[in-house]
Design a protein around this ligand. Structure first.
Ligand code: ASP
Length: 584
């Protein structure tokens, strides 16, 4: 028997027990004849005391031990004289009678501590050592808990877990596909799924009216921070549903997860905000509603008064930062620098302070009368002591810059606590998005999303104005899930493909299997997918999804531990009839 208890298990009630522990050597401290060894496993740390002079110590010597050695300790639990209240086993220690080295270890390249000295790249290279550290281990424990609760909830609600294939057909779904060459079928390729979208729809045609799967998805996208080429979705689909049926089920799931995993109760229904409201009030389709500070369109009051920047702007918008009128020159310069960063993209910042006496003083006083400025303050609902921040320029660019500025102010004012959660549904997205470069429409969600029923008539007259029957679940400014009611009518699906610039032949070639299936009684259906990694990191209070993935890729899409991607043997290439072009 390797162990009678784990390293996180022993308590004061175990004093006097003979025990066997197995684990890794965390730390060794020699205090003249007495040596203290901390033994660690997944469950915790237990202190072992070795009295070198004790006639009870029959075997083993502490001299041969090193950090991260795997040891087995036979001993008796005793009460500690100086207790450690910080760990659950801190009231006891194990008086060693026998120490068995099960395996040695090289000195690890970084310390296995909560605050390690190991840099990112090194930790990824030795991920199996990194995973021994509490923060990373706890992240995976949290991920497991969330997955179990998802299964419990959906199973309880009649959902069936069905696996769909990974080797599928390349279809233009949005991102670029990862492809896999076929050896058997010369010159042909599989693609890895960007999501199980079409399969889950086919499951609806098959009559499996409630489906879910916790599933890997693959997207060969350009590298961006906090993106992984493979990631996990909680993928779901339902038949005989309208939008609100789907929202209710998955609002229920979200509330269940908050309750079970975070101990938080959300009694109120989640806010449902139309896309246009989200864009005009917060400049984003994923607004962070942990705080207010909505945008106010000031065009009507500030234009036409001779201030060129505002007069020539397509949009002038402001936010009101409560209690910030006392900001120093330096703080305001910082904010100006912030908005001018290329990632934010504004050309400058105009601000106005509302004094304690209610008088508004701004950087553009010479263009505006005191009454004009009062009108601005009134529109902004600004009170004495508040600071008004104004950006102007092209509509799209300014909304996005103001969004960044609002988030920055939210952070500066401490309004974005990781312990506060503000979920909402964003609904009524546009169905299609025009792309100037490609000179065609793209589906904002995906080509299977149904238009809002009232908007179908616009298909021929004004496709750009159609709203989608689509929805996103947004929490704290992060898109956690997205889905839609699907087109289930073959004709409508064909019209959609046409609007997206596919000829009938192309549509048939790419999506014939789906259009065919729709000939055989497709039920009305809709669904959603949650970004599981992101949900975990949100619940864990982290910014990055990486620590919630056991073996993630780095920001260059590499697995530095197994060294992948890597070249393959010439024979493998031969078998696939593939020649690698020399790099240009
Ligand atoms: N397949 C979609 C996605 O990955 C989600 C959905 O519409 O259910 O975004």
């Amino acid at each position: 028997m390797y162990r009678t208890h784990t390293c996180g298990e022993l308590r004061i009630g175990n004093v006097g027990n003979s025990v066997v522990l197995s684990g890794w050597v965390q730390r060794i401290r020699n205090l003249g004849g007495m040596t203290f060894i901390d033994i660690r496993d997944r469950y915790g740390i237990t202190q072992v005391v070795v009295d070198e002079h004790s006639d009870k110590l029959v075997h083993g010597t502490v001299e041969e031990l090193g950090r991260e050695y795997v040891v087995q300790i036979h001993g008796t639990v005793i009460e500690r004289s100086s207790k450690n209240t910080k760990i659950p086993t801190g009231e006891v220690e194990v008086h060693a009678e026998n120490i068995v080295v099960l395996n040695t270890s090289e000195l690890p390249p970084f310390t296995i501590e909560d605050d390690t000295d190991g840099g990112d790249e090194l930790r990824m290279k030795y991920r199996y050592l990194d995973l021994r550290r509490n923060p990373v281990k706890n992240a995976l424990v949290l991920r497991h808990q969330i997955a179990q609760e998802v299964r419990r909830y959906l199973d309880g609600d009649g959902f069936l877990e069905v696996e769909t294939p990974f080797l599928i057909k390349s279809t233009p779904e949005g991102a670029r596909d990862f492809v896999v060459p076929s050896r058997v079928h010369h010159g042909e390729f599989y693609a890895l799924p960007q999501s199980p979208q079409t399969f889950k729809q086919l499951l609806m045609v098959a009559g499996f009216d409630r489906y879910f799967q916790i599933v890997k998805c693959f997207r060969d996208e350009d590298l961006r921070a906090d993106r992984q080429p493979e990631f996990t979705q909680i993928d779901c689909e339902m038949s005989f549903v309208e939008r609100d049926d789907v929202l209710n089920v998955f609002e229920g799931l979200t509330k269940h997860l908050f309750r079970k995993v975070k101990g938080l109760n959300f009694d109120e229904p989640f806010v449902r905000m139309p896309y246009h409201e989200a864009m005009s009030k917060y400049g984003s389709d994923k607004p962070d509603l942990r705080f207010g500070m909505p945008f106010v369109d000031l065009s009507a009051v500030v234009k036409g008064k001779g201030f060129g920047v505002f007069d020539s702007a397509e949009y002038v918008g402001g936010i009101c930062a409560t209690g910030c009128a006392s900001y120093t020159r330096k703080q305001l310069d910082e904010l100006t620098d912030f908005v001018k960063r290329p990632q934010v993209g504004a050309s400058g910042l105009v601000y106005a302070r509302v004094g304690d006496d209610g008088v508004v003083k701004s950087t553009v006083d010479k263009f505006y009368t005191p009454e004009d400025l009062q009108a601005v303050a009134q529109m902004m609902d600004a009170k004495p002591g508040d600071l008004i921040l104004i950006l102007a320029g092209g509509l799209k660019k300014t909304l996005s810059a103001l969004c960044e500025l609002r988030l920055e102010m939210g952070s500066r004012l401490g309004l974005r606590s990781k312990d506060v959660f503000a979920p909402l549904w964003v609904v009524d997205f546009p169905l299609l998005e025009w792309d100037d470069e490609a000179a065609r429409f793209f589906a904002m969600h995906h080509p299977f999303t149904s238009p809002n029923p009232e908007d179908i008539a616009l298909f021929d007259s004004d496709p750009g104005a159609m709203r989608a029957n689509a929805y996103d679940l947004v929490i704290n400014g992060v898109e956690i899930g997205g889905g839609s009611i699907r087109i289930f009518d073959r004709e409508l699906q064909q019209r959609m493909f046409k609007a997206l610039g596919f000829t009938s032949e192309e549509a048939e070639k790419q999506f014939g299997f789906l259009l065919n299936a729709f000939k055989y009684g497709a039920p009305p259906h809709g669904g959603i997918a949650f970004g599981f990694d992101r949900l975990c990191s949100l619940f864990g209070g982290a910014d990055s999804i990486r620590d919630y993935i056991a073996f993630p890729k780095n920001n260059a899409a590499r697995d530095v531990m197994i060294d992948s991607p890597s070249a393959i043997r010439p024979e493998q290439l031969d078998e696939l009839s593939i020649n690698i072009k020399p790099e240009a």
